[in-house]
Ligand binder design. Structure first.
Ligand code: KG4
Ligand code: ZN
Length: 336
């Protein structure tokens, strides 16, 4: 069964073709809306317009790279929630149009659930139950996952998502949006213990990054009356990264020790972070539990993960799901 999947929940327009039986990703095209960096965050209205401009080309390119025709597609899958409502509508309506044209079903997929199961793009040998950790610009949530249909949310962030904290602090340091990757890169030559930033004490499986953000802002305004010297930035970045990843690791450890899962799966844009990956891999060695983190292109928002989850959830004989609604959610709000 060939699935054409579409993702447009935030600032990436993506389409992918996946073989629903073998789970082989035949193509995965991502068009990122880089222009938002000049505004320091995603502007919802501009994001919707850019999706409209990109979506036809992105879908055509996904079909071309997969060397298949629209007629050979057996089903469509599309992100319907959570996300920016206008952005979601572009992908959902495009997928519905294709479904109407071809007479094939279209399956609605939840974006966070797609991140949660995206580890299966890396390895099909992931054993249930697994502790899933979705860390991105919009989400920081821990899950206990029993199957493709059943999971429990163990805890989430009380305020900012981890990626949001990276991006907001990066902006204070003068890096363009989204700045997580700049903090990661500069941290390589910095000392993670140079400055001591707070790691919030919150309930089990919970996270909070607003105190850290305030602490860094106060530190910068008190310490540097003018420009922040370039030679100090690596130490600041490494110390900030250490505070964020230590808190993430703390929550992850609590879940792993409490539920003793068969696998640990980390996904979402922040799972590309070098320090988080190293700390998670060490935890895997210490506990003898395999750790699966998708490769970079499947950490960020992508349509392959949408198609993959559809392939596990639906079959070619599933009834058509053309009548679905698009919902926005408090889990993902516009970032500024
Ligand atoms: O999953 P994603 O592409 O979009 C959302 O669903 O939000 O995640 C984007 C987030 C951004 O906040 C970005 O700064 C962060 O992932 N990010 C990183 C790294 N690469 C991306 N944060 C820290 N270190 C990185 N290497
Ligand atoms: Zn995402």
């Amino acid at each position: 069964m060939l699935i054409l999947a579409i993702e447009s929940s935030c600032d990436e327009t993506s389409a992918a073709v996946i073989d629903g039986t073998t789970k082989i990703v035949k193509s995965n095209i991502v068009s990122s809306q880089l222009f938002h960096s000049q505004y320091g965050g995603v502007i919802p209205e501009l994001a919707s317009r850019a999706h409209v401009e990109a979506i036809s080309y992105v879908v055509e390119k996904a079909l071309a790279n997969a060397e298949c025709s629209l007629e050979s597609i057996d089903a469509f899958a599309v992100t319907t929630q959570p996300g920016l409502p206008g952005a979601l509508l572009v992908g959902a309506n495009f997928a519905k149009g294709l479904a109407v044209k071809t007479g094939k079903p279209v399956f609605p997929i939840n974006h966070i659930e797609a991140h949660l199961y995206s580890g299966f793009l890396e390895s099909q040998d992931i054993e249930f139950p697994f502790v899933g950790f979705v860390v991105s610009g919009g989400h920081t949530s821990l899950f206990l996952v029993e199957s493709f249909a059943n999971y429990t949310v163990l805890g989430s962030t009380r305020d900012d998502a981890a990626g949001e904290a990276f991006d907001k602090i990066a902006s204070m340091l003068g890096f363009p949006y989204p700045g997580g990757i700049y903090i990661d890169k500069l941290s390589v030559t910095g000392d993670p213990e140079a400055f001591s930033f707070p790691i919030a004490t919150v309930g089990e499986f919970q996270f909070s990054f607003s105190g850290l953000k305030t602490s860094v802002r106060n530190f910068l305004s008190k310490t540097f009356t003018q420009e922040i010297p370039e030679n100090i930035k690596p130490d600041i970045c490494a110390s900030v990264q250490n505070a964020i990843t230590e808190q993430l690791l703390k929550g992850l450890k609590q879940a792993v020790y409490a539920y003793k899962p068969k696998t640990i799966v980390i996904s979402g844009g922040v799972s590309a972070n070098t320090s988080l990956r190293a700390k998670a891999e060490l935890l895997g060695i210490q506990t003898s539990i395999p750790v699966v983190i998708p490769k970079g292109e499947y950490c960020i928002d992508n349509a392959a993960m949408i198609g993959l989850l559809a392939s596990y959830r639906y079959t070619s004989t599933s009834p058509s799901s053309i009548k679905f609604s698009v919902k926005s959610s408090s889990l993902r709000s516009p970032r500024k």
